[in-house]
Design a protein around this ligand. Sequence first.
Ligand code: GMT
Length: 377
Amino acid sequence: MKIAIVCYPTFGGSGVVATELGLELARRGHEIHFITYSQPVRLALLSPNVHYHEVNVPEYPLFHYQPYELALSSKLVDMVKLYKIELLHVHYAIPHAYAGYMAKQMLKDEGINLPMVTTLHGTDITLVGSHPFYKPAVTFSINKSDFVTSVSQSLKEDTLKLFNIKNEIEVIPNFIELNKNVKDAGVPCQRSVMAKQEERIITHISNFRKVKRIPDVIKIFYNIQKEIPAKLMMVGDGPEKEKAEVLCQELGIEDKVIFFGNSNEIDKILCLTDLFLLPSETESFGLAALEAMACGVPVISSNSGGLPEVNFEGISGYLSNVGNIEDMAKNALKILKDDATLENFKENALSVAKQFDIKNILPLYEDLYQKAINKYL
Ligand code: GMT
């Protein structure tokens, strides 16, 4: 199949999922066209089946806001005609489903039917999409998509609660490519570089937005390090990062916390890690937790949104109410208390992650694409 994928190219779950999906589809022989405003961060290697088309929005002094949707829908029309693209898969409803629908209508005018699949990722529904300023357009574009998927059951329920949706929503969970794990690839994990032998290594990875509850990460770690020797690795960048650094200084733990910034080598960081913290306010899925589990790292998370569908209580880690840092620290210490317990949780985390192997999930997308194409035959 010839498939166009529209996504956000920046660090963040939806762009990562879209990119990994496109790359795996390309490996399976499909022709993939990424269409976005810059090269997706995880799209390092271009293969013969992978194309990237940049959307440019020319600056014009009259515009207070540059019309990205307009440029994106025009680019879609041009690329669909040029490469005979058979299907459009947009990730994140805003504004991609809207721009995709416009492209679809323009193409229809020229006698071309372009099936469109929209995947809802989370904040496009829960944090941003339901805002009254966006809601009518988001509702419209979800209802006008040929097929709609959500990355968890919880997100599907939120979507049905928040919007007047007439379309079916199919749950296709996020996935992980397990054999990318550096341990399997034979790359040695240089734990001694980051911590002393007796120290446990705890990691948080995110885009440091408010929804991630970064101060909770620091406070959970503060409680842990009072009981056992430990280091915290904070990976990523975003608006809450500076405040987090200040909080570490106020708590007097700055020598135990390392801030890394954005990284494309998270497998190398996760392979050193004993425990992953994700105390988010909400997470439609929590791809970062799954990435940790795929490296055999247990997870302490909140129990909001789709997290209970990924992190299994008492097996791959523990879940607590949002903001209950005492409970999260207590659970973390339960996992870290001795090597045998930790090893057990690590093994379990990996086996849970295996349920989300890309090999199991990708055929669900392929079947859906075929259904979407057949709809117009
Ligand atoms: O919250 C983020 O880290 C970014 C955000 C995004 O839109 O890229 O992630 C959302 O989509 C991911 C992939 O489907 C999910 O794993 C995240 O849970 C979801 N974030 C939220 O719901 C807050």
